[in-house]
Design a protein around this ligand. Structure first.
Ligand code: ADP
Ligand code: MG
Length: 697
């Protein structure tokens, strides 16, 4: 065995370890729990906990934690040690089944959107046995869901697990109609490609904006950016290679299937793609990947930036959520297959996705909304804020032929009957060329490309799973009671295509013409976070989530409040950081420079030689004028900031932050960037874009 396969998953309490360490009976029961989501009996949990503890201690662990994902989208952990006092001033190491299956983190400061009034500050965490426990930093981490005692979800995992169940239930109904009796459940699979920037720690440390906000609030364009496209194809620098090597190793130890590491379009930008897995595990793994990227970068004297838009004028970072459905027997339901029956089933699932994306465009948009991602979407480098589906010409033509009862292809003039004819082959590679589509069919999966790089992938998958579950439910309701299955199936597919084809767009999503065209088609164009979040509470969405038991109305309200509140907080911190930089560093630096210039001017004057003083004279004038302008602009922003606490309603507050504070910041930035270009390098208080983007040699 080569060394990677030897250490892969060595920090994970996975199936192999369980088989080895659990008594056969416990192991079998545990398998049932994992596969069928059965509740774990306390007696059984005691046995598992003990085996887990022994394994963890042998591997050097001293603590355990219930690892969970609060609604802010990051991860949280509170470490407890295994120690338990015994007589004689000694301790033993203990870990009970109760401690394994349920925890009570005092997480009263974790946002709950009012779901958990402070008087019942405690929530509880419950083990998600479908995601293996693992060791990180000498701590046994148990992936858990986090709920209030009232049963409300306080995290990202609970709704995700619920949505996976909803989808499995409806997808099973559909595939049974096609005779797949051997299937027990259907799961969604996800591979999340992660983009990030790596910069040298020395430049990072000199930028308050990067430290406090994760992005640069100022920065004049460098002489060279990404226009040469030389980074994407370029070789990976040795320091970055070292980083990637260590990252891969650490991810592999945690059983994470890191597969591809490469450079991205912008200088200093890179990407990691894992091999896909079950959605909730993919979500856990993506969180761990982001955490490890940041940690390992530090070890290499670099900083990993996960912000969606660290640099203006340079591509931002996203996350591509590759999504498909798979049976427990390993069949990909978005694979067209070769026979008429397989084709028919594929087309029905395809139609469910098309209908879902059309009817719930707002939810998909909401699932990727954040202050950071607002910089990317619609900014001609990422998908537009308009949700649409790319199917490729061939598949679109096939759907069109079905819709209009027309012949497809040139050879035979036969109509394409779903369930009777075999679909013509459409080449897979032609499907992945459109990089501008937010939601692209790539042969046997959909790639949802709107996610921001720092986001948890849970929200996006909750929306996808639940909306597709709803469409499958509607289809199954009809087909289960059909007296002519083939006819009704054909009819459903035809009607869906004709009603929802407006969501299909194979053209260039970056083109302004698309914005007009989308408007004509009646598609939503929700440009910013404050625009889209309120849609979460639209009647159709409340009904969707209630019907599939994914979110209650209270949970949706909480979700809505939290997303808007976080949006306001982010911009608030950015504005405070920006004002601090202007007041303490930028204005004083330019003022110093003007003083220097004035001194030079005066000295030249004193020589009495009638020297040319145009440089000093004009620059002093120009800089003074710009300084005056900047000073005025920052006074305006400061007085706007005084009004920020006036709002009772998060929606109004968020719009205020967008229209007044954020707009004011952009205005200030314009002046500062001009000043940067005119000021002597040695007095400019921050590393320039050029210095940052090319900091890793
Ligand atoms: P490309 O984007 O170049 O076509 P791949 O198709 O190999 O590359 O995969 C891109 C990403 O999609 C990878 O993370 C991969 O694991 C994931 N992926 C592939 N098949 C599936 C699937 N059935 N479900 C979910 N993700 C998938
Ligand atoms: Mg891809």
């Amino acid at each position: 065995m080569d060394s990677v396969s030897k250490y892969f998953g060595c920090e994970v309490f996975n199936d192999t370890v369980m088989k080895k360490r659990l008594p056969p009976e416990t192991y079998n029961l545990m398998q049932r729990t994992i596969k069928n989501g059965k509740h774990l009996e306390l007696g059984l949990a005691n046995g598992v906990a003990n085996a887990m503890k022994d394994w963890a201690i042998e591997k050097g662990a001293t603590h355990y934690t219930h690892w969970f994902q609060p609604m802010t989208g990051i991860t949280a952990e509170k470490h407890d040690s295994f120690i338990s006092p015994v007589s004689g001033g000694k301790v033993i190491m203990e870990f009970s089944g109760k401690e394994l299956i349920q925890g009570e983190p005092d997480a009263s400061s974790v946002p709950s959107g009012g779901l958990r009034a402070t008087f019942e500050a405690r929530g509880y965490t419950a083990w998600d046995a479908t995601s293996y426990a693992f060791i990180k930093d000498n701590t046994l981490c148990i992936p858990t869901a986090f709920c209030s005692y009232g049963g409300h979800a306080l995290d990202k995992k609970t709704p995700l697990l619920r949505s996976m169940q909803a989808l499995s239930k409806q997808a099973l109904r559909v595939i049974k109609l096609f005779g797949n009796e051997d299937v027990n459940y259907v799961e969604t699979t996800v591979g999340a490609e992660q983009e990030y920037f790596l910069i040298d720690k020395s430049v990072f440390d000199k930028r308050k904006d990067l430290i406090y906000t994760g992005r640069t609030l100022f920065g004049a364009k460098p002489p060279k950016g990404q226009e040469m496209d030389d980074h994407y194809f370029g070789t990976i620098k040795p320091r970055v290679l070292e980083f990637m090597k260590e990252l891969d190793e650490e991810l592999w130890k945690l059983g994470i299937l890191a597969k591809t590491e490469h450079n991205e379009v912008a200088p200093a930008q890179h990407e990691l793609a894992p091999i896909f897995t079950t959605t909730n595990i993919a979500a856990d793994h993506n969180q761990l990947t982001m955490e490890l990227m940041q940690k390992i970068a530090k070890k290499h004297d670099m900083v990993c930036l996960l912000h969606e838009k660290p640099f203006a004028g340079v591509n931002g970072s996203g996350k591509h959520n590759n999504w498909s459905l798979s049976t427990d027997t390993g069949k990909n339901l978005l694979n067209p297959g070769d026979t008429p029956a397989q084709n028919a089933q594929f087309l029905l699932f395809l139609c469910a996705v098309i209908k879902a994306v059309d009817e719930y465009q707002d939810l998909l948009r909401i699932s990727v909304a954040s202050a950071g991602n607002d910089h990317r979407l619609g900014a001609n480098e990422a998908p537009p804020a308009i949700v649409s589906i790319f199917l490729g010409t061939e598949l679109s033509e096939i759907l069109e032929a079905i819709e209009h009862d027309e012949a497809y292809g040139t050879k035979e003039k036969e109509l394409l009957r779903v369930g009777v004819h075999t679909l013509p082959k459409f080449p897979k590679d032609s499907t992945d060329r459109n990089r501008t589509s937010p939601f692209a069919f790539t042969g046997n999966k959909f790639e949802f490309r709107m996610l921001g790089s720092s986001a948890s992938i849970s929200d996006a998958n909750v929306m996808l799973n639940t909306s597709v579950a709803e469409e499958l439910k509607q289809f199954a309701d009809v087909l289960e009671n059909s007296s002519d299955f083939e006819k009704d199936l054909h009819e459903i597919i035809k009607t869906t295509i004709s009603k929802h084809k407006r969501i299909i767009f194979n053209g260039n999503g970056y083109d302004d013409k698309w914005v007009e065209e989308a408007e004509r088609r009646g598609l939503l164009n929700l440009r910013s976070t404050p625009d889209c979040i309120p849609y979460l509470l639209a009647d159709k969405n409340v009904k969707l989530f209630a019907d599939h038991k994914v979110y209650s109305l209270e949970e949706l309200r909480a979700q809505c409040d939290i997303q808007l509140e976080v949006y306001c907080k982010v911009i608030n911190i950015e504005a405070l950081t920006l004002l601090n930089m202007v007041n303490k560093d930028i204005l004083p630096a330019v003022s110093d420079f003007i003083e220097d210039l004035s001194r030079a001017y005066n000295q030249k004057k004193q020589t009495g030689l009638a020297l040319d003083m145009k440089y000093e004279e004009e620059l002093i004038k120009e800089l003074s004028a710009l300084c005056g302008q900047l000073y005025e602009k920052k006074l305006t922003l400061e007085s706007s900031m005084e009004k920020k606490d006036r709002f009772d309603d998060f929606s109004e507050e968020a719009r205020f932050f967008r229209d007044v504070i954020f707009a004011g910041m952009n205005d200030i930035r314009q002046t500062v960037d001009v000043l940067e270009d005119k000021t002597r390098s040695s007095v400019w208080p921050y590393p320039t874009y050029g210095a940052i983007l090319f900091s890793v040699k």
